[in-house]
Design a protein around this ligand. Structure first.
Ligand SMILES: NC(=O)c1ccc[n+]([C@@H]2O[C@H](COP(=O)([O-])OP(=O)(O)OC[C@H]3O[C@@H](n4cnc5c(N)ncnc54)[C@H](OP(=O)(O)O)[C@@H]3O)[C@@H](O)[C@H]2O)c1
Length: 362
């Protein structure tokens, strides 16, 4: 099969580096363009990353010598070279909105990790196993933009990539109230222990904007397409506290849940075990075989032991038990830069290619 030509916007960042490693040997996608800020533009990828590469493997040889483009000034050239771009940049919200729109208007689909467009009503926010049908809104978005193939599709925040997949399949019982505390790794801030030494032996009880995202974004995932927009659901009712903890990768969540019709523990475990979505049904290259893994051991899942399960694309759950105030409590874990960022975006791109929303033009 001829591969899709892809670009990575924000290639030098924490998420961008994950894209580089995930796409180095991808069966469908071939990285043809790397772009970042004007600080990196014009340098080889290796030079731009001197001292900043934080993946455990080496920079792939075919990528190391590529010249980094300027993400904002080379849009036409990039859009004229690739079939679509992944985007993960650290810029102001209005700048990101303008950047993503400019790529879409240049007829280049944008698969975004950024939060700027997550609440744009005609932009789908997709976890491929849960709401693959939301991609249908892309036709309305293209109509609004006046494009033939350019559009924006986004990933939801990394904090919710464990508890939303755990709760969404239980929808038939009426998921009513959810209280969640997250224990989030430092790579979620684009940092390592070298670049953020204050995090060694420390917990910081504040991550700017994270609690709002953790409470509001699930409602768009639960939402429905009505006319030419996605209307967020009114429930479940989420409340969240998000803490930064001294883990390099992997966001853990402690969850308390109340249902309209309380299922049994056995029913919940059975649903988790059998849950499949579009990626599994269509055998997409980055799909975990078993999306939701339940561990029976009392001390599992653990961030360090389980974050890389199924290439970091699966969700690990455990400790499901009765609660005195809610119906049940449990813990769950997902890898924040794999399932929660680059890996989730690659899976979404595979799905959009499979569904026919992205074609090969170069
Ligand atoms: N880390 C995570 O776990 C995670 C999870 C989900 C979503 N996200 C989202 O993904 C995005 C990137 O996060 P990150 O952790 O990878 O950030 P990061 O490590 O700080 O990387 C930021 C990237 O943005 C580029 N950039 C900064 N200013 C720019 C400009 N003016 N024009 C073009 N490019 C510019 C940087 O290029 P230079 O190197 O040239 O400065 C770099 O490539 C953010 O929106 C974040 O919210 C992150």
């Amino acid at each position: 099969m001829e591969k899709y030509k892809v670009g990575i916007i924000g290639a030098t960042g924490m998420v961008g580096q994950r894209f580089v490693t995930l796409l180095a040997e991808h069966p469908w996608f071939d990285v043809k363009v790397l772009a970042a800020s004007s600080r990196s533009a014009g340098k080889t990828y290796k030079e731009a990353l001197a001292g900043k590469w934080c993946m455990t493997c080496e920079i792939p040889a075919n990528i190391a010598e590529m010249t980094v483009k300027d993400a904002t000034n080379d849009i036409e050239e990039i859009a004229g070279t690739v079939d679509f771009v992944f985007c993960a940049v650290n810029m102001k919200k209005d700048e990101i909105k303008a950047l993503e729109k400019a790529y879409a208007l240049a007829e280049c689909p944008v698969i975004s990790n950024n939060s700027a467009n997550r609440h744009t009503p005609d932009v789908p926010m997709i976890i491929p196993e849960l709401n693959s049908d939301h991609s249908a809104i892309i036709e309305a978005q293209k109509k609004h933009l006046g494009t033939k193939r350019g559009f924006i599709a986004v990933k939801s925040n990394c904090s919710l990539q464990s508890y939303v997949p755990a709760l969404y399949p239980l929808d038939k019982f009426g998921v009513k109230d959810v209280l969640v505390c997250t224990y989030q790794a430092i790579s979620g801030a684009g940092k390592t222990f070298e670049t953020w030494p204050e995090m060694v032996d420390n917990v910081i009880p504040f991550i700017g904007g994270e609690e709002e995202k953790s409470e509001i974004e699930p409602l768009k995932i639960w939402g429905k397409i009505e006319g030419e927009e996605i209307v967020p659901a009114k429930s479940p009712n989420f409340t969240a506290q998000c803490l930064r903890v001294p883990a390099s990768d992997g966001h853990m969540a402690a969850v308390f849940v109340r249902f309209e019709n309380k299922p049994s523990i056995e029913e919940i475990k059975e649903i988790w075990k059998n849950f499949k979505g579009y990626p599994q049904e269509h055998n997409l290259p980055s799909a975990p075989k078993q999306f939701l893994h339940y561990f029976e051991e009392d001390n599992m899942p653990q961030t360090k032991l389980n974050r890389n399960l199924e290439g970091g694309m699966a969700v690990s759950m455990g400790r499901l038990r009765d609660d005195t105030q809610y119906d049940y409590k449990f813990v769950c874990l997902s890898h924040n830069t794999l399932r929660g960022a680059a890996g989730g975006a690659v899976l979404m791109a595979e799905m959009l290619c499979d569904q026919g929303y992205i074609d090969r033009i170069h």
